[in-house]
Design a protein around this ligand. Sequence first.
Ligand code: SME
Length: 150
Amino acid sequence: METDFLKNNILAIIKKSNSVDSKLQAICDFLRQEIGYYDWVGFYFKNGDKDELKLAQFAGEPTEHIIIPFGKGICGQVAVSNQNFVVQDVQSHDNYISCGWKVKSEIVIPIFIDGKNIGQIDIDSHTVNPFSEQDELLLEFVCEQVSEIV
Ligand code: SME
């Protein structure tokens, strides 16, 4: 993984003088385009006062999982655990919401503002066991940058 190249491009996207929505979309598109095993990249954010996540920008196939209750699926678990969740093989998890038979693995990293978990970046991959610590570090960087603009 070309971490410096990826981080520099994320910073360039963040610094552009366009809307937050455009930046989040550009991040999804960029990560999906550059990292071969990132087949779906999306942002979920807490939906107002409700204990649920709502899908925001994404790149990849449309999903029916626009709203995810806290505690449900990998995303909903991260909403309450406040921890990174790396699932190298989705078949080994019962509390998983399938987005299609092609998805084999998933990584979800929370976004914090002032220590409060306000959302997350979610990546689905069609490959089993694709993620390393480098993915977590890159995506933590992305989430830190996103927390500065949302
Ligand atoms: N698989 C997720 C649902 C969201 S999709 O990956 C887009 C989950 O288990 O929470």
